[in-house]
Design a protein around this ligand. Sequence first.
Ligand SMILES: [Zn+2]
Length: 500
Amino acid sequence: MRYLIILLLCAFISCTLTKRTSKVIDLKLEVLTDSIADIYASSIIKKDLNKDLSILASDEYEGRETARPGQKKAAKYILERFKEIGVSPGAENGSFLQTFTVDAKNASNVFIECNREKWHIIKDFYYIGNLKDVEHKNIELVYVGHGIEEDGYSDYKGKDANGKIVVINDGVPEKSKIKHSDWSSWRKKVELAESKGAIGVVTIKQNYLEGAERIQGFMENPNMQMHNPGRRKADLIPNIYISDSTAKTFLLKINESKISVKVDIEEELTSDNVLGYIEGTDLKEELVIITAHYDHLGYDNGEVCNGADDDGSGTVAVIELAEAFQKAKNDGNGPRRSILFMTVSGEEKGLWGSKYYSENPVYALEKSVVNLNIDMIGRRDDKHEHDNYIYIIGADRISMDLHLINEKVNERYIKFELDYTYNDQSDPNQFYYRSDHYNFAKNGIPVIFYFSGVHKDYHKPTDDVDKINFDKVQKTTRMVFYTAWEIANRDQRLRINGIK
Ligand SMILES: [Zn+2]
């Protein structure tokens, strides 16, 4: 599950849209009247859940960070399990993988050599701004004072900056006649240099260390964004800052110096959702979607965040559910509606995988009847003194049928204490917006988010397998199974609130 981003505005809007209808017609479980479902529910066992989770949440999987090798490895593991179970590839072109592009930035990939001596990032230089990738070799330098030009005054007078890298002083000259105060903006100076034909700017910075320290965190943390073709492109020429002492060491004879600059920040990576599919019998156009995210945070200061609970627990539940439904299908008891078992990535970065799927659905969203999303089901939170509970979030917001089916399944088979604390729309945690079901809910698809709460190891390297309560994971997975079985097999599709 992802960190809270304040979405109170959304919460307010949804309040006005999804008030619970007051007249509720009772609903009967249509299908769960015989014992066929029990055969397959009982195939969901903690030993299998434990086996898969011990692998996926081991250090070898490097915390499964989106677009990194650990995520790729986890995708391969899940894909192999789907193959072994016998479910069909659920993505396009006979593939189990739905792959999306991720724009990453490796901010420390700026390389400078001056007079054949390497400059070290942070120690000798840093940069500011959204630099575009470039490579310039053996470029001449030209010193242009403070790099300022305005009515009746120019630091560029008599200087040729064309095709060169200009060296300037930070700020404005003391006791100067400069009229415009905005020369303290680096952007204005860089724009002027560019208009003079310069291909880069080196600024000699007072208080160098202060600036370098501020920028260090950014250099050390590669960041990622979901690929968005409309995003502002990196367009800045190299905008480099050096200290007085770097200037004195390397740039004493500035007119005889040559500098090479290589900026190689932009990285295009990919990430994957893993999709297994069981085709329904007579209602196969309609689809039940079961999800969990298999990505997690990667490393935290050199330690692997294994994400056993978040969301290894949901991931292995989805694998076991695929196995149970495939067994049923093999016995001739396959579901009437089709079922998509989808483990997504990019969740911790911002629900990317489910967002990508909802914008590029493999199966029509109008025919997708429900999303059952499992995220963190293996632990107990501080608010409970026993393990026999589950938080149910979102079930009644779009379809009261779904809410009632879930309650009846629980009453008959599971007997959890159903905790609706986080379903309250005014709850400050706003969990409804914080996992992948939200990308289905916002498209009008009924959802349930199954959740056992946060704990002291949440988003820490200590979220490990040995702390998982597998009885609870087994019980929750069976709960999802019975609900999915009922929804996939009943005559009537779940009704949307307010729509007859
Ligand atoms: Zn998380």
